[in-house]
Design a protein. Structure first.
Length: 275
């Protein structure tokens, strides 16, 4: 399914509030309750919401939204994030790219780079980069997950530990108010942690739906990330954590230049977004 504007706005409201009633949604969008119920049914069928009596709430904190449903969430935002991260990475660099639909957008944006060495545990990333004329793609060993073509396991961790790369590009399932980065799969998290240990710079792509979203496994702290790329003004706690730890925040925007980014200076006392 593709999301219409109202359905995307409904997801944003539920993400912000945790639960929204059918009546409140009908009033907010000035449509009938029957229309809202149809939207909720469609979104629940795609695994994006969970139906409750009288309304809809967030999916489970122990199970991620299905990969095919995540692919249709905020595609333009992910494309802008992908373009901004790709613009940050120079030619002739070595790059880890992890699992996720946002990191796949980065891979698509990197295909015109020259001399890259891309290491990935994501077969979708490997497929996207395989036809790039001047990039070498190295695929991790391990167990392939059928649901999203991700590679995880002890063999994957051993593989990652052989390298020390310039950049790690990663996505995340959720970012809590204390800056904790969260994911759902313990095995995947251990791979991400190995990648973080073996990269000189870490670039995190997270669209606005990830702020405040719950998941059960701790990956790391936002303060351990060098650069965060997102598609909308983040909550105040995100700016605070990044500022306290000298991180760089890039808020992408469709009207802000070729890579769609509004950049905040890294490792400076001033942490205002530049327009």
């Amino acid at each position: 399914m593709g999301l219409n504007g109202r359905q995307q706005a409904m997801l944003d409201l539920v993400q912000e509030q945790g639960f929204v009633s059918v009546e409140a949604l009908a009033q907010h969008f000035a449509v009938t309750a029957q229309t809202i119920r149809r939207d909720i049914n469609a979104l629940c069928g795609a695994g994006l919401l969970r139906r409750y009596h009288g309304g809809a709430g967030l999916p489970s904190s122990v199970e991620n939204v299905h990969y095919q449903a995540r692919r249709i969430l905020l595609p333009e935002a992910k494309a802008r994030i992908g373009a901004a991260i790709a613009a940050r990475i120079p030619d002739k660099a070595s790059v880890f790219i992890t699992l996720g639909t946002t990191t796949e957008a980065v891979a698509l944006a990197l295909r015109q780079h020259h001399g890259l060495r891309v290491i990935t545990n994501n077969l979708n990333v490997a497929s996207a980069m395989a036809d790039s004329p001047d990039c070498e793609v190295i695929v991790a060993g391990g167990v392939v997950r059928q649901r999203d073509r991700g590679i995880t396991g002890e063999a994957t961790i051993d593989f990652v530990n052989q390298f020390k790369v310039d950049y790690a590009v990663l996505g995340i399932s959720g970012i809590e108010a204390d800056g904790t980065l969260l994911d759902f799969d313990y095995h995947e998290v251990r791979v991400i942690q190995a990648i973080l240990r073996n990269a000189r710079s870490t670039l995190l792509g997270a669209d606005h739906s990830k702020f405040g979203r719950n998941a059960m496994v701790r990956v790391a702290s936002l303060g351990e990330i060098d650069e965060l790329y997102t598609d909308a003004e983040p909550p105040a706690y995100v700016r605070r954590v990044m500022k306290e730890n000298g991180g760089r925040l890039v808020v992408t925007d469709a009207s802000a230049g070729a890579d769609g980014s509004l950049d905040s200076d890294r490792r400076s006392g001033m942490f205002e977004t530049e327009h």
